[in-house]
Design a protein around this ligand. Structure first.
Ligand SMILES: *[C@@H]1O[C@H](CO)[C@@H](O)[C@H](O)[C@H]1NC(C)=O
Ligand SMILES: *[C@@H]1O[C@H](CO)[C@@H](O)[C@H](O)[C@H]1NC(C)=O
Ligand SMILES: *[C@@H]1O[C@H](CO)[C@@H](O)[C@H](O)[C@H]1NC(C)=O
Ligand SMILES: *[C@@H]1O[C@H](CO)[C@@H](O)[C@H](O)[C@H]1NC(C)=O
Length: 339
């Protein structure tokens, strides 16, 4: 028969039922997370293929938000975490970011001299090579295990500015494409010292001359005109000694390797990072200074995870720790170019 009034009633019950159902299956915290996720997607311009992907990403996002909020709820930490551009990624997807480090191979055949900063007459209490104009903008390696190239290049940009007075952004892509051998495998990981050795032989182009694509590409053979910067050699800081590392960083930016596997490292946002981390090296970064913050001595770390990570792309990592390896193994494989 279908009287209009009955229809309305049935419709109302159906609608009410849907509402109740939504209310019971979505807790206020789910709604809060879902709104947060939408805002986050807008901020980072993230678009998903379909609802299934959105739901999958939303769950990862939720776990990360909970991790960050729970960490920050402890008042006694020397640093804070924040949700950043990594927040909807699986651990596997983030692997490329923090596992691009490889140990050096066959360095004996390369130009390497002794350590010239064994004793430095004056080591200032603090140093920030950014203030001296020796550090370029923070870059973004993307989903390519090329941290080693960024670490190498930042140190070369530093020594080039210190010796020529010119700050130039130099090419990571050239190292990825042209320096592939046993030690370095492009986006699959590589080594800083072998990269310095490549630059000693071949020089290096600048960022606009040989731009970054976060992928393994064919080497564009470097002609003399595109050798925008040269180094004459590189030196290794004797391992397991923070005093000697400090000597070196007081004189120029230095490439180091660390263990950056912890989630606390990935979501670090401010303060002095004190771990957790081991000393098995996974990631390469550049030390561009040091100082003391809130009574804790720190190394100023330039990372290659964009300005959305850390303090505009930088981290303060605890310095002067008990273990000779330093925090996260920072003293184990430090080196710097010479010019
Ligand atoms: C980069 O190097 C190229 C040569 O490859 C040069 O023509 C250009 O002026 C340089 N650009 C900058 C910004 O230094
Ligand atoms: C780098 O070295 C090459 C080869 O010796 C030389 O031709 C070029 O002028 C050098 N470039 C700079 C900027 O020093
Ligand atoms: C670090 O090196 C300096 C200078 O060679 C040395 O005096 C000091 O004992 C070393 N420290 C450690 C912990 O090895
Ligand atoms: C660190 O490396 C050592 C030696 O290769 C290995 O035995 C150990 O399991 C590694 N630790 C972690 C946490 O990966």
């Amino acid at each position: 028969m279908g009287l209009p009034r009955e229809r309305t009633l049935i419709l109302s019950l159906v609608v009410l039922g849907m509402c109740l159902c939504q209310i019971t299956s979505r807790t206020p915290s789910d709604t809060h997370i879902s709104q947060k996720h939408d805002l986050w997607m807008a901020r980072y311009g993230r678009v998903y293929k379909n609802n299934a992907e959105k739901e999958m990403r939303s769950n990862i996002f939720k776990n990360n938000v909970e991790f960050v909020e729970s960490f920050n709820s402890f008042g006694d930490r020397s640093y804070k975490l924040a949700i950043n551009h990594f927040a909807d990624r699986t651990k596997d997807e983030l692997k490329a970011y923090a596992t691009g480090h490889k140990d050096p191979v066959d360095l004996k055949s390369h130009v390497e001299t002794s350590f010239k900063y064994e004793s430095v007459s004056e080591v200032p209490d603090s140093m920030d090579w950014r203030e001296k104009g020796a550090v370029t903008e923070v870059k973004n390696q993307g989903t390519c295990g090329s941290c080693w190239a960024f670490s190498t290049i930042a140190a070369v940009e530093g020594i080039t500015q210190l010796t020529t007075g010119k700050l130039m952004s130099l090419s990571e892509q050239q190292l990825i494409d042209c320096n592939r051998n046993d030690a370095t495998g492009g986006c699959k990981g590589g080594n800083k010292e072998n990269s310095f050795a490549y630059i000693v032989k071949n020089g290096i182009n600048n960022e606009t001359g040989y731009p970054y694509h976060a992928a393994d590409e064919t080497c564009i053979s470097a002609n003399e005109a595109s050798r925008v910067a040269n180094i004459t050699g590189y030196e290794i800081v004797p391992a397991n000694n923070e005093t000697l590392l400090l000597n070196a960083v007081s004189q120029q930016p230095v490439s180091v390797s660390i263990d950056a596997n912890a989630d606390e490292f990935k979501y670090y946002s401010s303060g002095v990072f004190t771990g957790p981390c081991g000393t098995n090296l996974t990631h390469d970064v550049t030390l561009v200074g040091y100082g003391t913050y809130d009574g804790i001595k720190y190394w100023l770390v330039k990372n290659s995870w964009s300005k959305d990570w850390g303090i505009d792309g930088y981290m303060m990592m605890q310095r002067d720790v008990k273990a000779v390896e330093g925090l996260c193994g920072i003293t184990k494989q430090a080196s710097f170019p010479t010019a």
